[in-house]
Design a binder for this molecule. Sequence first.
Ligand SMILES: *Cc1c(COP(=O)(O)O)cnc(C)c1O
Length: 393
Amino acid sequence: MKYEVDKNGFYGDFGGAFVPEMLYPNLAQLRDNYRRICETDDFQKQFRDLLRDYAGRPTPLYRASRLSEKYGANIYLKREDLCHTGAHKINNTIGQILLAKHLGKSRIIAETGAGQHGVATATVCALANLECIVYMGEIDMKRQEPNVARMKMLGAEVRPAKSGSKTLKDATNEAIHDWISNPEDTYYLIGSVVGPHPYPDLVTRFQSVISEEITRQLSEKENRAHPDFVLACVGGGSNAAGAFYHFLDEPGVRLIAVEAGGHGVDSGESAATSVLGKPGIIHGSKTLLMQTDDGQITEPYSISAGLDYPGIGPLHAHLFASGRAEFVSATDDEAMEAGRELCQLEGIIPAIESAHALAALKKIKFDKEDVVVVCLSGRGDKDLGTYIDYFNL
Ligand SMILES: *Cc1c(COP(=O)(O)O)cnc(C)c1O
């Protein structure tokens, strides 16, 4: 089985580029150049320098001893929560902003749901001195006011998407319209391993620094480059893709993808795409997505704003269909309890997205010798309001 994207942009049956003809030239420019640009010494030096000096990499691989004791295995946390801006998203936005510069673009557009990708994009646009326009659903702008303020402080323009359900998919539609209208000077900076080819591959490669570091750090700490398990939450799937990447061809490493079960997978209110989804096209790629019988995209639900996406990236659809990764889900309640447990056992307040990955520790049977890596995708500061309401703090 192959897990790299093929030359047509497919992972097995999933992927491709299903976009309006008007976008063919933009995508072709990106597709025909990204590998070459990203592999130059010049690009690699700029990327590596910024990851180190600006984002704060390598992030620690921390052996969580109390968590390890509780679950009877050697549990390590990959501390993406310690990255600048509080999550793994900065790895991708640094990579893409450099790519945009190399392609000679002067204007950056992005879409955002919870606002985390918008903030990471506004951050690198300030750094690179490029104009930044972020599309965000009008309802999301109200729900995520602090992130709207952050983007504005960073000099970005936030444009409300007022159509449809006024959430992420509407913001995505508006960003695509903008791109069609401004094909020459504009770069569309996508925030996860979703979208038309080559975005899923591009974003996976930038995020793969996570598993590259895990390999090196485990070699030092455990005298072995490969863990027995890697656990990561999946919204679109970028932190999971990055944490899995260097282990995809190592069948001894069990890859566990954790989706948001919301109020329960069968409750009608969840975001457990692999179980509930069927093949369809979203955001320009063929993948698994939650939809009605007549093909309308279903509104997803999760307590965690970063996981309530109705699809998963095509790589993950392939990992699911091929059985290479195991997909489990954690409900809101399970994630919130796992989040509190990490706070009180290890003194780390996780993002609620990351707490879903932690909740999966309860669902797996470990041997005492097992080496388990959990990708702690982000920190919980942004989620304090949700923790306060949930636990009556
Ligand atoms: C955005 C986000 C996610 C979900 O996105 P992926 O592309 O699935 O990684 C997970 N964790 C945190 C902290 C996030 O901000």
